[in-house]
Ligand binder design. Structure first.
Ligand SMILES: NC(=O)c1ccc[n+]([C@@H]2O[C@H](COP(=O)([O-])OP(=O)(O)OC[C@H]3O[C@@H](n4cnc5c(N)ncnc54)[C@H](O)[C@@H]3O)[C@@H](O)[C@H]2O)c1
Length: 329
């Protein structure tokens, strides 16, 4: 079992890491699941006395205030007091929304993250961002609050559909490109199907941990994690508006290709990145840039009317606050 220490909590990686949690410290425990994590992941969790299961519907469209109401109602009906615990067993949707509900219920109860998708293992479960969507705005309502602990077991990946695994992998590729050239070389040299997930997840969690620990509230360094996500979010919104949503990771892969093109890299490096992504992952069609302008103009990171990109200056290094007008793109 591996421990990665963050500011005031630890990320534990390995089977049975959950046993590190001092369950007896809590008066009541709720486990938040969706229909998929209830079916595939909940049976793998050790049985907990004095616990209830709160089941919500899976999907980004349920990451909203109505579902929060339901979660708060369940906690209230079961007389959860301030010494209770919420266990978020699921992907990023469960982790973000459960984290917000726990952080606000009776002014805050403890929560732990047990991520069950690759994306939530390497990205969403750590860093302290919790929240929900509001109308068409993603993660519009939320706050920074750390879990008591994160428990990662790669066992959960067994049931994860391949497209979800590949989608989560986009964040691993991002972590390598912005901060770790040796991880990038490893990704290039080992076929996707032969990757050692525990090793890849551990390296990836370390990278994210190092970056957000230096800048928990995203004033500087943490913006590096946005590489690929400015175009990526615009592409995600484009497909959402068309009524044919795509996975977050698919949009981020396309975003990384577009942002690699405007990065300060040699042509060889640009081609290496583009070829790696395109040869390993089947992606939807990339929209024309002018179709993305209206989404880019509304990006939350914009400064003085310009679009703000985090871009690579070499593989394994990233610069922040690169400003472009839509005409310059
Ligand atoms: N807080 C952060 O820092 C942060 C970072 C990145 C993304 N996010 C958020 O994460 C969310 C996306 O997370 P996601 O990609 O994990 O999606 P998700 O939570 O919607 O999970 C994807 C699907 O996989 C199913 N699933 C989960 N685990 C499974 C398993 N082990 N076996 C079978 N099916 C399983 C879920 O039921 C769901 O249908 C977005 O809302 C995004 O905003 C947050």
């Amino acid at each position: 079992m591996k421990e990665i220490k963050s500011s005031d909590y630890s990320v534990w990686i390995g089977d049975h890491s959950f046993s590190k949690l001092n369950i007896s410290a809590y008066s009541k425990i709720a486990i938040l699941v969706d229909e998929n994590t209830k079916r595939y992941c909940f049976p793998k969790l050790q049985k907990l006395e004095n616990s209830i299961v709160i089941e919500i519907k899976s999907g980004e469209e349920y990451k909203n205030i109505n579902t929060c109401n339901f979660i708060w109602e369940q906690l209230t009906e079961h007389n959860f007091d301030r010494n209770s615990l919420l266990i978020n067993l699921g992907g990023g949707v469960i982790g973000d929304m459960g984290g917000l509900c726990a952080s606000t219920y009776k002014r805050g109860i403890d929560f732990v993250q047990i991520p069950t998708t690759l994306l939530s293992m390497v990205d969403a479960s750590s860093g302290g961002k919790v929240g929900i969507n509001f109308n068409q705005f993603k993660n519009h309502i939320g706050l920074f609050n750390n879990p008591k602990a994160v428990f990662i077991s790669i066992d959960f990946l067994e049931s994860l559909p391949e497209n979800q695994l590949k989608s989560g992998f986009a964040e691993v590729v991002k972590h390598a490109l912005i901060s770790d050239n040796s991880l990038w070389k490893r990704l290039l040299s080992i076929p996707f199907v032969d990757l050692d997930w525990e090793d890849i997840i551990e390296t990836s969690v370390h990278i994210k941990n190092k970056i957000f620990s230096a800048d928990p509230f995203e004033k500087g360094e943490r913006k590096k994690l946005n590489f690929g996500h400015t175009f990526g979010h615009a592409i995600e919104s484009y497909y959402l508006e068309k009524g044919t949503p795509i996975l977050h990771g698919e949009a981020v892969f396309m975003g990384m290709i577009l942002e690699t093109e405007i990065s300060h890299l040699s042509e060889t490096d640009k081609n290496e990145i583009k070829n790696y992504i395109l040869s390993n992952f089947a992606l939807p069609y990339t929209p024309k840039k002018y179709n993305l302008h209206k989404f880019l103009i509304n990006d939350k990171k914009n400064q003085s009317g310009k679009i703000n990109f985090s871009l690579l200056n070499k593989i394994g290094n990233c610069t922040i606050d690169n400003l472009f007008s839509t005409d310059e793109l």
